[in-house]
Design a protein around this ligand. Structure first.
Ligand code: NIG
Ligand code: FE
Length: 403
């Protein structure tokens, strides 16, 4: 009697396991939604292969990409701001004039949930076509209870509409909305007393984020947000040290933050705090590039301290209108001198860790079977060339999907 063939088998693949490239050509067997086994090809018996569904052979297999920092849901666009910046007006100056994030807030508040969903779907599809199987999506363009929850609902709907794991983050403390001008502490009260409890009550937020910066919120204000998040059992993270060094990353680390993101201006004390707390440094080369930033994140110091570095798109309408994760791998190498291996680990194992989901982003026995099969010869090619169309197959929770 023959058994039903329930295991899926990929043969002769070069495996990048989330940390390194395995030396042998491998067979990968998936059972249901998990990786069942990884076997060097020379050890794969014909009898075992015969019990499996053949899924193809050749190519490079990686964990599905984890884009751990995006702002995919937003209304309108900011091409006009792009032109102003090219003429020499700074990101900070645009923000002070009521443009920047606040202009997206106006457009996002005006948009219906359906309209936001329809606008975000093609952006999500661009990420999936480039290998993403887990994506974090932040709010932060609503800046009142109703509109922040609206954004988070859209993010959840995106995860239902497509085969991808969506992780949501409440970023109420992203910018000061105009109705609170001159009363930023009052706005932080709203975030802590109303927004976080409402998002938690509806199960809409998996984490809480802040923008700790002169044009946004102070270290003390962000700390209040973190305390409120803790009260609701939500993990925290921070946009910090992007435009100046305020010490936001170190404060976030002291509160056990999953990550500090951007961190171009992070100093040695900040690195030490992140190391001690086990926080991930999320490197966002798209924002560095778009804002024509010149201050490099302290890659060598992070590397030396053993702080895990994640790489993400920061996809958003202002500082990173870039919806191609593998381009970020390339930029992390060319702009910041990560090695291709570090960059790819940054968008797999370390990206997952920045989301508090360390079981993802790894290709090993027992791990969730989120996989990508690429038409390339070596994993480094993902960072080396900027070339859409190399993804042969995406597998989410064991299910092959056609994008
Ligand atoms: O990650 N730094 C602040 N927030 C976003 C930018 C959002 C925007 O410009 O719309 C970022 O860069
Ligand atoms: Fe961001």
């Amino acid at each position: 009697m023959t058994h039903p063939r329930t295991h899926r088998l990929w043969q002769d693949v070069t495996v990048f396991d989330g940390q390194q490239t395995l030396p042998d050509s491998m067979a990968v067997i998936v059972e249901d939604d998990r990786i069942h086994s990884l076997i060097p090809m020379r050890e794969l018996s014909a009898s075992l292969a015969d019990t499996c569904l053949p899924m193809g052979s050749g190519g490079v297999m990686t964990p599905g990409l984890v884009d751990c920092h995006t702002h995919l849901v937003f209304g309108g666009g900011r091409a006009d701001e792009f032109e102003s910046r090219l003429e020499g007006v700074s990101y900070e100056e645009i923000a002070r004039r009521g443009g920047g994030i606040i202009s997206t807030v106006r457009d996002t508040r005006e948009a219906s949930e359906d309209a936001l969903f329809a606008a975000a779907l093609p952006r999500l599809d661009a990420l999936l076509a480039d290998g993403v199987t887990t994506v974090e999506i932040k709010s932060g363009y609503g800046l009142d209870v109703e509109n922040e929850l609206k954004m988070l609902r859209v993010a959840r709907r995106l995860g239902e509409a497509r085969p991808v794991r969506v992780v949501t983050t409440l970023l109420g403390a992203h910018a000061l909305p105009p109705e609170y001008a001159g009363d930023s502490d009052g706005y932080i009260d709203l975030v802590c007393d109303k927004m976080i409890p409402a998002a938690a009550a509806e199960g809409l937020a998996d984490a809480v984020d802040v923008f700790c910066e002169k044009i946004a919120f102070s270290v003390a204000q962000c700390e209040r947000v973190f305390e409120a998040a803790r009260g609701h059992g939500l993990p925290i993270k921070a946009h910090a040290e992007q435009l100046s060094n305020l010490g936001g990353s170190a404060m976030a680390a002291r509160h056990g933050a999953l990550s500090a993101d951007h961190i171009e201006y992070l100093d040695d004390a900040g690195i030490a705090s992140m190391r001690d707390a086990g926080s991930v440094a999320v490197i966002l080369p798209g924002a560095f590039h778009t804002l024509r930033e010149t201050q490099q994140p302290p890659i060598a110091g992070l590397r030396e301290a053993g702080v895990p570095m994640a790489v993400a798109t920061d996809a958003n309408p202002g500082s990173s209108p870039l919806f191609m994760p593998t381009l970020m791998l390339n930029m992390a190498c060319t702009l910041f001198r990560l090695t291709p291996r570090e960059a790819l680990t940054g968008m797999t194992a370390h990206g997952a860790r920045a989301l508090g989901m360390p079981e993802l982003g790894r290709l090993r026995e027992g791990a969730p079977a989120d996989l990508c099969l690429w038409n390339i010869d070596t994993p480094a090619e993902l960072a080396y060339a900027v070339q859409p169309g190399r993804l042969r197959q995406r597998v989410v929770a064991g299910q092959p999907v056609e994008d």
